[in-house]
Design a binder for this molecule. Structure first.
Ligand SMILES: [Zn+2]
Ligand SMILES: [Zn+2]
Length: 348
């Protein structure tokens, strides 16, 4: 059965997963949504991770939901096939990356005009707020569904009696490294880019009882990048740029960063700034840093500050970057996250 969704509102945001007709879709909408010719199980996530579930059979679903409501739509076909058909998650995933080897060349114009907004993978799928950078410090990737859940929603889930299940997909937390690996492997088998990157990490660091195997890790990272994982493009960028474990290839490293930067990956943008700066292209470096600072990257803001102090950036540039950074930071805040920050700091 083909999943067809029609929205009459421009506010409806369809992520690439739905366009690829895989399994799950997250739609932000403010007005109405129409689902035709297909049965859906609809999960409404309202506010602090609370859930309402409804089965909608064919026809029409019209809603005027509250602001920031998320709608998750599972097609009947996918529900029947279950896990076998689980597709790529939204997490830092770039569709269309289908070639082996280095990513395609990005023109200078496209590089400077694209990727000024954080990729949707930086948004928590439960509270729908952008996650503060560095994401790894303020969220956790779940091995069961590959979703990046913010610390605020993790704490809220615990308070709602879900301390031992994933707040997104409700899978019980794995109790051993082997069980974690089994969950990851299941998603690797269906070509999930995030899971493929997680498995690569396990081989690289020798985690979860896996024997350390760096060539295998690099092979898996290459696959994760091919599948479109932006974090992996960044990581491979570093590996090739510095020649860590692979033959030094600065050009290929830069290509990985450019590929991720145009899709809204701030650390890749930051790395491009550093690359330009050390090659004497101060103005271009500052321009890259301006973009990533406005996405909430503190390292980039510090880069501009240093440029300003050395006379390579103007006061107006520094002021604009600072203002943009502060705005981005404000957008990541919520009372739930403040509470989580205090809680996780205390429990360290
Ligand atoms: Zn959240
Ligand atoms: Zn999960």
């Amino acid at each position: 059965m083909e999943t067809r969704i029609f929205s009459q509102e421009l506010d409806c945001h369809l992520t690439p997963i739905l366009k690829n007709k895989i399994r799950v879709e997250m739609i932000y909408f403010r007005n109405s949504l129409f689902c035709l010719g297909v049965t859906f199980r609809v999960h409404f996530y309202v506010g602090q991770g609370e859930k309402e579930e409804r089965v909608v059979t064919g026809g029409l679903l019209v809603g005027r939901p509250r602001r920031s409501l998320c709608l998750f739509v599972f097609s009947e076909e996918a529900m029947c096939r279950g896990e076998e058909k689980q597709g790529a998650p939204a997490t830092l995933h770039s569709p269309g990356a289908s070639t082996d080897g280095p990513p395609p060349i990005v023109t200078e114009e496209k590089l400077m005009n694209s990727g000024h907004e954080l990729h949707e993978g930086y948004t928590c799928p439960l509270c729908c707020l952008p996650i503060k950078l560095p994401v790894v410090k303020h969220s956790e990737v779940k091995p069961c569904c590959s979703k990046t859940v913010c610390n605020g929603c993790r704490l809220a889930a615990c308070k709602h009696g879900m301390a031992n299940t994933c707040p997104f997909c409700r899978t019980s937390f794995p109790e051993s490294g082997a069980a974690t690996l089994a969950l990851v492997q299941k998603r690797v088998d269906v070509k999930d880019p995030v899971a493929t990157a997680l498995l690569a990490d396990a081989y690289y660091y020798g985690d979860h009882g896996v024997q350390q195997d760096i060539p295998r890790a690099i092979e898996l990272w290459t696959e994760a990048a091919r599948l479109g994982d932006l974090n992996t493009h960044f990581k491979l960028g570093v590996i090739y740029y510095k020649g860590e474990g692979l033959e030094l290839d600065v050009g290929r490293g830069v290509r990985h960063w450019r590929h991720a930067a145009i899709q809204g990956h701030p650390l890749s943008r930051h790395s491009l700034a550093v690359h330009e700066y050390i090659n004497g292209n101060h103005e271009l470096g500052v321009q890259h840093w301006m973009i990533s600072a406005k996405m909430g990257c503190e390292r980039s803001l510090n880069g501009i500050k240093e440029m300003f102090m050395k006379g390579h950036a103007t006061k107006a540039q520094y002021t604009a970057a600072l203002k943009g950074y502060q705005t981005a930071l404000e957008e990541t805040k919520s009372p739930q996250r403040e509470e989580a920050r205090a809680f996780f700091n205390k429990s360290k």
